[in-house]
Design a binder for this molecule. Structure first.
Ligand SMILES: Cc1cc2nc3c(=O)[nH]c(=O)nc-3n(C[C@H](O)[C@H](O)[C@H](O)COP(=O)(O)O)c2cc1C
Length: 311
């Protein structure tokens, strides 16, 4: 019988920092899939999660698009919710006070139809007790520029970043849309405009047709594709952006298991966000976290940053 010497199991360090914001671990809940935070309180231990990213807020309440606005596709979900939300004032008044008991940092996701609206949103969040960072969704249409999404034009993406940075001292995470030809061009622009971090990807534009009723399956015709179907695209873009900028990158897109998250961390993501998978199994984020920790113990990885592969 081989006399095996028992080695002391390591206790991995999962803590990370994003733009000066310290997080106890790199697993966050993605915007739009965890409501205003408290909705998941009975279904997972929110205190264990690295961060909660609140549903996208706008300057005024938005009713969203008409139904049908959710369609399942093979390995994915198409949504055209239309960024329905209660508006920033109602959030600050009615929801934020309830969230202050959670020990997990809250990050608010914002959207706007003009650079001025983004500025105003960031200004109102600045100094709001309990908010630790802002994630800026730049996938929205720029009304003043004929409806082209802010995130598809490098100059406009930089203008939004600049405006938001001017409005607040909170760390700013710019969330990129994948519906562009060269994601690194946009990433470089927002990084040099002062972004503290970049998160990607938002949903991929897609559609489905209901052949029984012979009409587009979504009332809005087009929607955003999310879920496991988009993971390889998201991973490729995260890999590219990590190597194009010097600021932290947060990976999002189809992460449903610990192995998925590990792939993003190996690609160089500082953290990951769990979106659609939470809608299917609300405890996914906790399971992903446990799986990352187990992998690090088994493979003797002391610090989560050491998971990153060399260039
Ligand atoms: C129903 C739904 C609503 C979403 N709402 C928002 C939102 O308000 N703001 C935002 O930046 N992203 C929103 N997203 C995008 C997700 O945060 C995430 O970037 C995307 O779904 C890809 O990740 P996943 O495949 O893990 O879902 C939404 C996604 C879904 C499925």
């Amino acid at each position: 019988m081989i006399n095996q010497k028992k080695s002391t199991p390591i206790s991995p360090d999962l803590s990370i920092s994003i733009g000066g914001l310290g997080l106890k671990n790199p697993v966050l809940l993605a915007s739009g899939t965890c409501g205003y935070g408290m909705e998941l309180d009975d279904l997972l231990d929110l205190d264990q999660i690295g961060g909660i990213i609140i549903k996208g807020l706008s300057i005024r309440p938005r009713p969203g698009n008409s139904p049908p606005r959710l369609v399942e596709t093979p390995c994915g979900l198409l949504n055209s919710i239309g960024l329905e939300n209660m508006g920033i004032e109602a959030f600050l008044r009615d929801k934020l006070p309830l969230l202050r008991n959670i020990k997990t940092p809250l990050i608010v996701n914002i959207l706007g139809n003009s650079v001025e609206e983004y500025f105003e949103m960031a200004r109102r969040l600045d100094g709001a007790e309990g908010i630790k960072a802002i994630e800026v969704n730049i996938s929205c249409p720029n009304v003043k520029a004929g409806g082209i999404a802010f995130g598809t034009d490098p100059e406009t993406a930089a203008s939004v970043t600049h405006a938001v940075k001017k409005a607040t001292g909170l760390p700013i995470i710019i969330k990129l849309t994948p519906n562009v030809t060269d994601i690194t061009e946009i990433a470089r622009k927002v990084a040099s405009a002062g972004a503290d971090a970049i998160s990607l990807i938002n949903t991929l534009l897609g559609m489905a047709i209901d052949i029984k009723f012979r009409r587009p399956a979504l009332a809005n015709v087009f929607g955003g594709l999310s879920g496991p179907a988009i993971k390889p695209v998201a991973l490729r873009m995260v890999w590219q952006v990590v190597r194009a900028v010097d600021i932290p990158v947060i990976g999002i897109g189809g992460i449903s298991t610990p192995d998925d998250a590990l792939e993003f961390l190996m690609a160089g993501a500082r953290a990951v966000e769990i979106g659609t998978a939470t809608l299917i199994r609300p405890s996914t984020a906790e399971e992903v976290l446990t799986g990352i920790r187990d992998y690090m113990k088994t493979n003797n990885v002391q610090n989560v940053k050491n998971l990153r592969l060399p260039a």
